[in-house]
Design a protein around this ligand. Structure first.
Ligand code: THU
Length: 131
């Protein structure tokens, strides 16, 4: 199995920049491309709560906006005892923009579990449905 300790460390570092003004729930994420480049993200909250963006989407949108299209894995970490798991909206975005990748879900100790995108979003709506 691939060692994702370094990717989890990048996500943990990114968590420090989170701006969870209302929830106080800090999340960091890091996505790695096929060529090995890492883009990080954190959650950023808005006073109009629904405009909040999750750490996963921040990382993915940063990478996409830099021209990246091929991804290998995405790590997520929070200050949680349990392995953190991406929200439903992020699962859709991961499926649409990253495809079938390793989703690395860590806890606050840096331990992690890995699942593939379709395991977290079975029967996904996607590109195929818009043909
Ligand atoms: N959040 C993430 O950034 N990623 C997740 O996987 C779960 C939730 C953020 C959104 C919001 O800023 C805060 O955590 C509480 O929901």
């Amino acid at each position: 199995m691939t060692d994702y300790n370094s990717l989890v460390k990048s996500a943990t570092d990114a968590k420090k920049n989170a701006l969870p003004k209302y929830s106080n729930f800090y999340v960091g994420a890091a996505v790695i491309t096929d060529s090995g480049k890492v883009y990080t993200g954190c959650n950023i909250e808005s006073s109009s709560y629904s405009l909040t963006v999750c750490a996963e989407r921040t990382a993915i949108f940063k990478a996409i906006s830099e021209g990246e299209r091929n991804f290998k894995a995405l790590a997520i970490v929070g200050d949680t005892e349990d392995f953190i798991s991406p929200c439903g909206a992020c699962r859709q975005v991961i499926n649409d923009l990253c495809g079938e990748i390793d989703i690395v879900m860590a806890n606050s100790k840096g331990e992690y579990i890995v699942k593939k995108t379709p395991e977290l979003l079975p029967f996904a709506f996607g590109d195929k449905d818009l043909k």
